[in-house]
Design a protein around this ligand. Structure first.
Ligand code: NAP
Ligand code: GDP
Length: 314
């Protein structure tokens, strides 16, 4: 089993690498972690070359244009085009070299905006996504369509996981472009140093389910090795573990021991008010799975950011 990981240098890729190295690679598993330096996956030519070079039997496909709410709102066209190219190239090149299993990565933010809750795996295509990230959402939804077509026409087991908001070491801590937790961690770190207030964007009322990148990595390995379906599976903590942005900001304040004021800039958009996802399917396969408690995972992430401030992506 030779596993090629696209996007191997990012938040999720680094977590998978860590888990493979520290918690055991399977017998007769060989792992290759790619970054954009190995191949620009927007180019079909470069994608085919890297797949021919490594001849993988299995692929974890993470590479994507990724960003938080505010980056999505500015660049819907780029999110749509770049991710459609990357996904088309990776799945086609994988099929060409005979890859038997691909696990791609969707997201709970691609579900319909107007929906019933909790969201489950069957609802992906039931209506338009939230307008803030429709480019990313439609490109990601197409992976699910492609997977079904690869199975129907070629019997390929190309599947996808659907994580909620991910966080952990090696995240993109960019304040402007990143997701909420790395953004707040970076802002709180600076506010603490400068003796200024921490500014949380939006009202603080939207709710999110956060999954620690190392927990996600462990689940990714299980999906790669054992999950038998082409249909996707939501990888999430339970609905009861959903937190508001205000609760998340308070948790960052606590983890970084920030003593200053916390203010809310309500001129900034809130994005989706919630995207509460059901992890019932995951629980039916993995009733035993242990999720790292949120506060502990956040503390580990903050400690990593402080220790790696000079080199962290920001
Ligand atoms: P990330 O930290 O931003 O990493 C993105 C990865 O993609 C990097 O390894 C990057 O390579 C690579 N990449 C980007 N454009 C590329 C290109 N044109 N050619 C080759 N490689 C390219 O993202 P992440 O958070 O780990 O996300 C991984 C996957 O999880 C993505 O598919 C994302 O949509 C999905 N996801 C993420 C979240 C979240 O909250 N972060 C939530 C749900 C789903 P370089 O390092 O060389 O730039
Ligand atoms: P989303 O979950 O896909 O919407 O993406 P984000 O991870 O960017 O989370 C966006 C939510 O966090 C919105 O409700 C924002 O108003 C809120 N938020 C609060 N402060 C920040 C911040 O500093 N950065 C980001 N990206 N979002 C923030």
């Amino acid at each position: 089993m030779r596993v090629l990981v696209t996007g191997g240098s990012g938040l999720v890729g680094k977590a998978i690498q860590h888990v493979v190295e520290k918690e055991g690679r399977g017998k007769e598993e060989e792992w290759i972690f790619l970054s954009s330096k190995d191949a620009n996956l927007m180019s079909m030519d470069e994608t085919q070359k890297v797949f021919r070079k490594y001849q993988p039997s299995h692929v974890i496909h993470l590479a994507a244009m990724v960003g938080g709410l505010y980056k999505n709102m500015k660049f819907n066209l780029d999110f749509l085009r770049n991710n459609m190219y990357i996904n088309e190239n990776v799945l086609h090149a994988a099929h060409e070299v005979g890859v038997v299993k691909v696990v791609s990565c969707l997201s709970t933010c691609i579900f319909p905006d107007k929906t019933t809750y909790p969201i489950d795996e069957k609802m992906i295509h039931n209506g338009p996504p939230h307008e803030s990230n429709f480019g990313y959402a439609y490109a990601k939804r197409m992976i699910d369509v492609q997977n079904r077509a690869y199975f129907q026409q070629h019997k390929r087991c190309y599947t996808a996981v659907i994580p909620t908001n991910v966080f952990g070491p090696h995240d993109n801590f960019s304040i402007e472009d990143g997701h909420v937790l790395p953004g707040l961690i970076h802002k709180a770190y600076i506010a603490k140093k400068e003796g200024e207030p921490l500014v949380v964007w939006g009202s603080g009322t939207p709710k999110r389910q956060f999954i620690y990148s190392l927990d996600l990595a462990r689940l990714f390995l299980w999906v790669l090795r054992e999950y038998p379906e082409v249909d996707p599976i939501i990888l999430s903590v339970g609905e009861e573990n959903e937190v508001s942005i205000k609760e998340a900001a308070d948790a960052v304040v606590h983890a970084l021991d920030f003593k200053g004021d916390v203010v809310y800039d309500t001129s900034k958009a809130d994005g989706q008010l919630k995207k509460t996802a059901s992890n019932a399917k995951l629980c039916s396969y993995r009733p035993d799975f242990y999720f790292t408690p949120f506060q502990q995972a956040l503390k580990e992430t903050c400690d990593w950011f402080v220790a790696n401030y000079d080199t962290a992506r920001k």
